[in-house]
Design a protein around this ligand. Structure first.
Ligand code: UDP
Length: 472
């Protein structure tokens, strides 16, 4: 470990270590949560790992309150890991992070006098349940942070217990015990609906999130009470659940954290000026934004269908195509459509979603993207791919009614006609006004959760004051 010299000298208050799983969609919400905790008087150290490039984790943030420190520990890899053999990857991650974290915590234990306040608590990503044992062995408290929705978590929990029930013989309906809602198999996270498609260890990783929650005092979930109140009630009977979302920068919500405009740690360089200048030249509510997040990868034929849909819709479009996906675009598509469309490798998504020119978001339905769209009142065309995305899409369509989900064939393939139809449906169809007004309604409710008397803000304050209370 090369970071001991960055440890803080004496300070008042409590100290929390925050340890995200090294993926963009996990780092973002945990960073935001950290900023909130820092604003309540806690000292926060973010633990990043060697998978995340050093220059990014230590310096990139433009909106990083000075009270956030970064520490980098070894996770078994220097640079981008090869995840093709997932079992090997996750084993090495587990062994290496356990060892490095143990070393770090022991360092704190041995140097308590020099580095007061040592950490009281380690908040770790629920994808790494093994962290809790390491933390406890070193005499610290641990609290998991769930980056996915409460509904998704509850499905994983019941799958972990073997309690997902199909009440009607031969039907594909699934009942969640005590939640009562009926979902179809294809609405479940894909690791539950089609487990054999994935490496065994990956499925186990998701279900094991619930393997050791018996004696934690806080279970943080990046969601908002009003979005999932019934499921939350049930979960709260099982664990000390604290909703603390939406974990997005304050300037898009309550505006209480000055200058908190971006997450502050991006694994890809966003093309900010290009996007904003381009959006500034478009009319109000005229642009379709397309992004499949940081991981989803489509085939060339699928990319062609999306490209054709965008052309046929005759709408302006901003499409994020990551560098690894660019070679799947139809030949010369970028040049041929430059009057209507802008294609970038990565964009400042929050700035884009909050831009007045934006009309609709074609998304893979990653949970962060969904929370961002809801918080900014943007109607959605959902094209879920895998993991929790089908469940999130179900919520968009049936519970929150802020958009549509595309219909795909039995291989999950989306045609250009269908996508064009869905874009029109959300922008100008029979229900377009309803989608927009529901999106605005949820925007107000989610924003309120982070305001002074809002549910999430109160949960964050309660946690902070527990740690700051003299009895600890
Ligand atoms: N994102 C971004 N720029 C882009 C595309 C995505 O900043 O061009 C951010 C987005 O705001 C979100 C995250 O990347 O916070 C993606 O997380 P999500 O849970 O939506 O999907 P994942 O990448 O985990 O599949």
């Amino acid at each position: 470990m090369d970071t001991h010299e960055t440890y803080e000298k004496p300070r008042k208050g409590a100290h929390v270590l925050v340890f995200p799983y090294p993926l963009q969609g996990h780092i973002n919400p945990m960073l935001q949560f950290s900023k909130r905790l820092a604003s309540k008087g806690l000292k926060i150290t973010i633990i990043t790992t060697t998978t995340i490039p050093n220059h990014i984790s230590s310096s990139q943030s433009q909106s990083n309150p000075s009270s956030l420190d970064f520490l980098r520990i070894f996770d078994g890899y220097e640079g981008e890991p090869d995840k093709r053999n997932f079992d090997e990857y996750i084993n090495l991650l587990k062994v290496s992070t356990s060892r490095s974290l143990h070393e770090l915590l022991e360092y704190y234990n041995q140097n308590k006098m020099d580095i007061y306040p040592g950490p009281n608590m380690v908040i770790y990503d629920s994808f790494m349940p093994w962290v809790l044992q390491v933390v406890k062995n070193c005499g610290f408290q641990g609290a998991p942070f769930f980056t996915q929705s409460c509904l998704v978590n509850s499905i994983y929990y019941y799958a972990y217990k073997g309690d997902l029930i199909s009440p009607f013989c031969g039907s594909d309906l699934v009942s969640l015990p005590s939640v009562g809602s009926l979902l179809r198999v294809h609405d479940l996270p894909t690791f539950v609906s089609y487990p054999t498609l994935y490496p065994e260890k990956l499925v186990k990783l998701l279900l094991d999130q619930f393997s050791n929650l018996e004696d934690v005092s806080f279970v943080f979930i990046n969601t908002v009470d009003v979005l999932e109140s019934k499921v939350l009630e049930c979960m709260a009977r099982l664990w000390p659940v604290k909703t603390i979302g939406p974990c997005i920068p304050s300037m898009y919500l309550d505006k209480c954290l000055q200058d908190d405009k971006d997450y502050g740690l991006s694994l890809l360089e966003p093309q900010i000026d290009v996007c904003i200048k381009w959006l500034n030249t478009r009319e109000t509510c005229s642009v379709v934004y397309v992004s499949m997040g940081s991981l989803a990868s489509l085939g060339s034929e699928q990319m062609k269908q999306i490209a054709n849909a965008l052309v046929k819709s005759k709408k302006y479009f901003l499409w994020v195509v990551r560098p690894s996906e660019e070679n799947k675009l139809p030949l010369n598509f970028k040049e041929n459509t430059s009057k209507r469309g802008l294609i970038v490798n990565w964009c400042p998504q929050l700035e884009v979603l909050s831009h007045i020119a934006l009309a609709c978001f074609v998304t893979h339905c990653g949970w962060n993207s969904i929370l961002e769209a809801i918080s900014l009142g943007v109607p959605i065309v959902g094209f879920p791919q895998w993991t929790d995305q089908p469940t999130n899409a179900k919520c968009i369509v049936e519970f929150w009614k802020i958009g549509v989900k595309v219909r795909v064939d039995e291989k999950g393939f989306l045609s250009s006609n269908e996508l064009e139809f869905c874009i029109r449906e959300v922008m100008e169809g029979e229900h377009a006004k309803e989608f927009k007004s529901n999106a605005n309604k949820w925007k107000l409710l989610t924003t309120h959760a982070m305001e002074q008397c809002g549910t999430s803000n109160r949960n964050i304050e309660e946690f902070a004051s527990t740690l700051l209370s003299p009895s600890l």
